[in-house]
Design a protein around this ligand. Structure first.
Ligand code: PFF
Length: 452
C-alpha cells in the first residue's frame, strides 16, 4: 500500500515550520517549571540519569510512532486509530488521549496563569530589594488567593483559544517560529549567573551526582511521567501534528531533533535553577512553586535583572502558549473531524470545559486545599493521573500499535517516505517498539501501581 496522500488538509508548509511547532509543543512549562520541581522532589542526579535513559529508549520511539500513525492516517488522534484499524477498539487510545488533553489543559493553565502574574510583578519591579524569604512569601500570598490566579488562568485560556480558532498554519507556525531561540539565550545567561552565586556547587552536585539510594518505584514512575509530559507524547498531540507533516519530511530526524532540543532545554533550566535553589537555601523538594520562589532572586542578582526578568516571564508564557495550543488542538481536531463541528464552536466548547475544571485546579492551592482524593488535591490529582498514568499507558498502546498491529512494511514505508530515505535504524527501532519499550513502560507503570 502506498502512503495515503495529504488530502488537501491544512498542514505545515515547511520542515522548519513543523520542527518549530513540534518543539513548541514539547518545550514549555514542562521543561522550566515541572522538570526542576520533579527533579527536586525525586532526589536529583539519579532521577536525571533515569530520565535521560527514558527519553532515549522510550521517548524518541514513542514520538516517532505518533508521527507514523498521524501522517499515515491523516486524521486526529482518535480518527487515526479508526482509520488504520477500522472496527477495532484501538480508537480507545484516542479517547484516552482526549481525556488526558482535558486534564492537562486544566492544570497547565493554572501554572501558565502564574507566569502571567509574574510578568506583571516583574514589570512593576515588585521583587526589588526583597530577600529570598520575602520572595517566597509573595508567591504564597499570590497563589493561595482566589481572584488573581483565576483571572490569569482565564486570560491564558482565552489566548490559547484565540490562536486555535485562527487555524493551523497561521496560528501555530507563526507563533512558534521566532521566539524560542530567545528563551534559550536567556536561560544560558541565567545559568551563568546562577552558577556564579556563592554556594552554587551544591546545586550542581545535587543535579549531577547520582545517589541511587533515592530511587524507588515512585521515582521511576515520576521519571517516566516527566519524560512523556515534556515530550508531549502519549496522548496523540504528535499524532495530530504528524497528520500535518508533509510527505517528504523525514519523521525520524524530526523526532530526534525535537527530543534533543527539549531535553537540552530542561537541562539548561536545571542548571539555571538548582545552584540558586541551594544558594538561596530554598527546599528543592518544595513542589510546584519552586521556580517562582527562586527565579526572581536570580534576576535580582543580575545586572539588568529588571529587564531580564520581564523578558523571561514573557517568553515563558509564550512557551506555555505554544504547548497549550497543541493540547487544545488535540481536542479541537477531534471535534471538527469526527463530530463535524465548526472550528470555532469546537474551540469554545473545549476551552470552556477545560477552563471549568481548571478553576478547581487553581483553587486547590487555596480555598480548596483541604479537598483531597486519596491524599491529593485536585491539581495534583489531575497532574498525577494524566502525566504519570494516562500518558505512559497511551505510550504503551501506541508502541504496541505500531510494533505489533501495523504491518512492518507500512511502518517502514512511512519512516522511509516510501523508500526514499535510507532506513538505517529500522531493524533496531522495530525491536524497541515490539519488545523493549512495551516491557519497560509496563514494568514501571504496573510496578508502581502495585499490580506486579
Ligand atoms: N510538553 C509540554 C511541556 O513540556 O510544557 C506539555 C504538554 C504538551 C504535554 C502537549 C502533553 C501534550 F500533549
Amino acid at each position: 500500500m502506498s502512503s495515503i496522500e495529504n488530502e488537501g488538509r491544512d498542514g505545515f508548509s515547511s520542515r522548519f515550520g513543523i520542527i518549530c511547532a513540534a518543539a513548541g509543543s514539547a518545550i514549555g512549562l514542562g521543561n522550566i517549571w515541572r522538570f526542576p520541581y520533579i527533579v527536586g522532589e525525586s532526589g536529583g542526579g539519579a532521577f536525571l540519569l533515569i530520565y535521560l535513559g527514558f527519553i532515549l529508549l522510550l521517548g524518541i520511539p514513542v514520538m516517532l510512532s505518533e508521527f507514523v500513525i498521524g501522517r499515515r492516517a491523516q486524521r486526529n488522534a482518535l480518527g487515526s486509530f479508526k482509520r488504520l484499524a477500522p472496527g477495532k477498539p484501538w480508537y480507545l487510545v484516542g479517547v484516552m488521549g482526549i481525556v488526558a488533553a482535558f486534564m492537562i489543559l486544566a492544570f497547565y493553565s493554572t501554572i501558565a496563569g502564574w507566569t502571567l502574574e509574574y510578568i506583571v510583578k516583574s514589570l512593576t519591579n515588585s521583587f526589588s530589594g526583597k530577600s529570598p524569604d520575602q520572595i517566597a512569601l509573595m508567591f504564597d500570598n499570590f497563589h493561595t488567593q482566589a481572584l488573581w490566579p483565576l483571572v490569569w488562568q482565564l486570560v491564558f485560556m482565552f489566548m490559547t483559544a484565540w490562536i486555535i480558532v485562527s487555524g493551523v498554519k497561521k496560528g501555530i507556525e507563526k507563533y512558534a517560529k521566532v521566539l524560542m531561540p530567545f528563551l534559550v539565550i536567556l536561560l544560558i545567561i541565567m545559568a551563568v549567573r546562577s552558577l556564579t552565586l556563592p554556594g552554587a556547587g551544591e546545586g550542581l552536585a545535587f543535579l549531577f551526582r547520582p545517589d541511587f539510594s533515592a530511587i524507588d518505584s515512585n521515582v521511576l514512575l515520576a521519571a517516566l511521567g516527566q519524560a512523556f509530559f515534556s515530550l508531549s507524547i502519549g496522548m496523540g498531540t504528535l499524532i495530530t501534528y504528524g497528520s500535518y507533516i508533509r510527505k517528504d519530511n523525514k519523521l525520524g530526524n524530526i523526532a530526534v531533533e525535537v527530543s534533543v532540543a527539549d531535553t537540552l532545554i530542561a537541562l539548561l533550566a536545571g542548571v539555571a535553577i538548582f545552584p540558586a535553589v541551594f544558594a538561596f537555601q530554598v527546599d528543592p523538594a518544595g513542589g510546584p512553586g519552586l521556580i517562582f520562589n527562586v527565579l526572581p532572586g536570580i534576576f535580582q542578582q543580575m545586572p539588568g535583572g529588571y529587564f531580564f526578568g520581564v523578558i523571561f516571564f514573557i517568553l515563558l508564557a509564550i512557551a506555555a502558549l505554544t504547548s497549550s495550543i497543541s493540547i487544545l488542538e488535540v481536542i479541537v481536531a477531534y471535534l471538527t473531524e469526527e463530530l463535524s463541528m465548526t472550528r470555532r464552536k469546537a474551540t469554545v466548547m473545549a476551552t470552556s470545559a477545560a477552563a471549568f475544571v481548571g478553576m478547581f485546579c487553581t483553587l486547590s492551592f487555596g480555598a480548596l486545599e483541604g479537598f483531597t482524593i486519596s491524599g491529593l488535591h485536585v491539581f495534583d490529582l489531575l497532574d498525577f493521573t494524566a502525566s504519570n498514568l494516562l500518558l505512559p499507558l497511551g505510550g504503551l498502546m501506541i508502541v504496541l500499535f505500531v510494533g505489533w498491529y501495523m504491518k512492518g512494511v507500512d511502518v517502514k514505508d512511512e519512516i522511509t517516505n516510501g523508500g526514499v530515505v535510507r532506513a538505517r535504524f529500522t531493524g533496531a527501532l522495530r525491536f524497541i517498539l515490539r519488545f523493549v519499550a512495551p516491557v519497560a513502560i509496563a514494568v514501571v507503570l504496573f510496578d508502581s501501581l502495585g499490580i506486579i
